[in-house]
Design a protein around this ligand. Structure first.
Ligand code: NAG
Ligand code: NAG
Ligand code: NAG
Length: 439
C-alpha cells in the first residue's frame, strides 16, 4: 500500500505532464482469499507429482510436505556434508525447507518480466532515483541519494537503456553454463552450441575448453569482482558480441574501461528479484536472467551430483564455495517445478526423461491457487495487468523493436497488452511496475 500512495504522491507533486501514472488493483493487495475445493485439489496434485519427480530425478533427495506450501528436501542420512560455515564452524545440514507457493509464483513472475535495469523503470518507481538508482552506483552514498539527478544519470548512462533490450520469450531454448569442474567429466560442447542462446558466468573461459563448454556465448553474468576486470572479461568471447550483465553496481573503473579500452559489447545492469538466502550466487542470477528471456532453460556445469568433495572450477584450482547442498536442493526444486532441466555427469543423456514432472496444467492450476494463498496482487484475475501496482505509459514508439520478434514473444506481448513488466524488489505480495505502450 505504501508504494501505491507514494506513487500517487509523486505523480501529483511532480505534476508530470506527459506521463500518466494511475493505479489499479489497489483493492486486491493484501486481501485474503478463500481457496476453493478445486484450488486445494490443485495444490495436492502438484505436491504429489513434485514428490514423485524429486524421488525419480533427485539422485537420493526426497521431498516431504509440511502443509500446502512448505516442503522439506532431505538428503540421504549417510550424506557427508563437507562445507563448513566460516562464521559458526558448523557443517551444512542435510535438509532444507522451501516454500513451493512462493517459488512457483515468483519464478512465474520472473518469466514474464524484464530483468535488465532501464531508465523507464527508475522513472516509474516512486522516488526511483533517490531510493533505487543511487544504490546501483558505486560510491552511491557520496552522490547523496542522487539529489543531483544529472550527475547520477551521467554515471549510469553507459549501462542504462531507456527500454529493455530483450523481452520475455525472446529466445527459444537457452543453456546456462556454470563453472563447475564437473564439466570436464563430460563433453557437452556440441550440445551446448545447439541452443539458441547461451549464458555464461564471470571469468569462465571458452577458448581451450570448447569440447566441454561449447563456443557459443550470448550473455555473461558478472559479479563485482569480474566486472572490475571488464576488459579481460570482454576478451573471453572472440566475437565481441557477448552481452555483459553486471549484477551489482556500476563503478567508475568500469565506465572508464567501457569508454577507454574501448569495450564494444553491450553492458547492462541486472534488475534482480530477491529469492532470499537460497539464491544469492551468480549462478542463480544467470538462471533468473535466462528464464526472463527464454522459453526453456537447461543448466550445465552446476555442482548438482552427489559426491561433492571440494568446490572446483573447470579452469582453475578449487576455491571457497558456499552451501553446495542447499544449492543442489534448490536446483532440484526448480527442475521439479518445470523451470529448468539439469544436465550433469550423472544426468548426461540429452533427452533424459523427467519422471513425475508436474504437467503444465497442474502447474498452472497450482500457481493460481498459490497466488491466492500469498495474496499476490492480481491473483486469480483474468487480466494480466491486474498485477500491476504502478502503471505508466512509455514515451517511445516500439513498433520497430517488435518487428524482429519470434512468434512466442509476440504472442506473449499481445497477452500482456504490450506492457513491459518489472518486479518490485524485496516486497512480498507485491504488485509489478508496468509500462504500457505509447497511447
Ligand atoms: C549536477 O551535476 C552536473 C554534472 O556533473 C553538474 O554539471 C552540475 O553543476 C551539478 N549541479 C549541481 C546543482 O550541483
Ligand atoms: C590456450 O592454450 C594455449 C596453448 O597452451 C595458451 O597459449 C593460451 O593462453 C590458452 N588460452 C587461454 C584463454 O587460456
Ligand atoms: C505469464 O504469461 C503467460 C503468457 O505468455 C500467461 O499464460 C501467464 O499467466 C503469465 N503469468 C503471470 C504470473 O502473469
Amino acid at each position: 500500500m505504501k508504494v501505491l500512495q507514494l506513487g500517487l504522491a509523486v505523480a501529483v507533486t511532480a505534476g508530470i505532464a506527459a506521463t500518466i501514472i494511475y493505479i489499479v488493483g489497489v483493492s486486491t493487495i493484501g486481501q485474503k482469499y478463500v481457496l476453493s475445493d478445486e484450488d486445494v485439489k490443485s495444490l495436492e496434485s502438484l505436491q504429489t507429482s513434485f514428490k514423485k519427480c524429486v524421488r525419480a530425478n533427485g539422485l537420493g533427495l526426497q521431498a516431504f510436505s509440511k502443509d500446502h506450501c512448505q516442503i522439506t528436501l532431505g538428503f540421504p542420512s549417510d550424506t557427508v556434508p563437507k562445507w563448513e560455515d566460516p562464521k559458526t564452524g558448523e557443517l551444512e545440514g542435510l535438509s532444507f525447507d522451501f516454500n513451493l507457493c512462493e517459488a512457483l509464483a515468483t519464478w512465474e513472475q520472473v518469466r514474464n518480466s524484464t530483468t535488465i535495469l532501464t531508465k523507464e523503470f527508475i522513472d516509474a518507481l516512486p522516488n526511483g532515483w533517490q531510493e533505487y538508482a543511487w544504490r546501483r552506483i558505486n560510491k552511491g552514498i557520496q552522490l547523496n541519494q542522487c539529489q543531483n539527478k544529472t550527475l547520477c544519470m551521467e554515471k549510469l548512462a553507459l549501462v542504462l537503456p531507456n527500454t529493455p533490450p530483450f523481452v520475455p520469450r525472446r529466445f527459444g531454448r537457452c543453456a546456462v553454463i556454470g563453472n563447475s569442474g564437473d564439466l570436464l567429466k563430460t563433453r557437452f560442447g556440441k550440445e551446448i552450441d545447439g541452443y539458441d542462446a547461451v549464458v555464461r558466468e564471470n571469468g569462465a573461459p571458452i577458448q581451450n575448453y570448447t569440447e566441454y563448454v561449447g563456443t557459443k556465448s550470448t550473455f555473461r553474468l558478472l559479479n563485482r569482482g569480474s566486472a572490475k576486470a571488464l576488459d579481460k572479461v570482454a576478451e573471453l568471447d572472440v566475437t565481441g558480441k557477448e552481452v555483459l550483465i553486471i549484477k551489482t553496481t556500476i563503478h567508475d573503473i568500469m565506465s572508464k574501461m567501457i569508454r577507454e579500452v574501448p569495450i564494444h559489447n553491450p553492458v547492462y545492469l541486472m534488475l534482480g528479484t530477491s529469492f532470499g538466502s537460497a539464491a544469492k550466487g551468480t549462478g542463480l542470477k544467470a538462471l533468473e536472467f535466462a528464464l526472463s528471456v527464454c522459453d526453456s532453460v537447461d543448466m550445465y556445469g552446476f555442482t548438482v551430483d552427489p559426491g561433492y568433495k571440494e568446490w572446483t572450477r573447470y579452469f582453475s584450482e578449487s576455491r571457497q564455495g558456499h552451501t553446495p547442498l542447499h544449492g543442489r536442493a534448490y536446483y532440484q526444486m526448480m527442475e521439479c517445478l518445470g523451470l529448468i532441466k539439469i544436465h550433469s555427469p550423472m544426468r548426461a543423456e540429452f533427452n533424459r526423461n523427467l519422471e513425475g514432472l508436474p504437467s503444465k496444467s497442474t502447474l498452472y492450476a497450482a500457481r493460481i491457487a498459490f497466488e491466492k494463498v500469498l495474496g499476490r496482487a492480481g491473483a486469480s484475475m483474468e487480466d494480466p495487468l491486474a498485477a500491476c501496482s504502478i502503471v505508466k505509459r512509455c514515451s517511445e514508439d516500439e513498433s520497430m523493436r517488435l518487428s524482429i520478434l519470434r512468434k512466442a514473444a509476440l504472442d506473449h506481448h499481445q497477452y500482456v497488452k504490450g506492457a513491459t513488466m518489472y518486479t518490485l524488489e524485496h516486497r512480498v505480495g507485491n504488485g509489478m511496475v508496468c509500462i504500457l505502450p505509447k497511447a
